[in-house]
Ligand binder design. Structure first.
Ligand SMILES: [Zn+2]
Length: 76
């Protein structure tokens, strides 16, 4: 019985400025480079080497990265 989606579309972003957590739905066919923290107003942007803010600050990498079968940047 497998009812897991192919890719997780909900990622929890952690604001580097205030530490707040925000659950956001990720676009499946686009990369989101910026995210405004609703708590403190800080603008998160993808770190160098990451394709989007979800890869940099989320607990789940974006769908395109999941599709490649790779987790968040981990060496190599
Ligand atoms: Zn914040």
């Amino acid at each position: 019985m497998t009812d897991e989606p192919r890719a997780t579309l909900i990622s929890t972003l952690t604001c580097p400025e205030c530490g707040a957590h925000h659950c956001e739905r990720m676009p499946e066919d686009a990369c989101q480079y910026f995210y405004d923290c609703p708590t403190c107003g800080a603008v998160m942007r993808a770190k160098p080497g990451d394709c989007c803010v979800f890869c940099s600050y989320g607990d789940v990498p974006c769908p395109s990265v999941q599709a490649m079968g790779r987790g968040p940047a981990s060496g190599t």
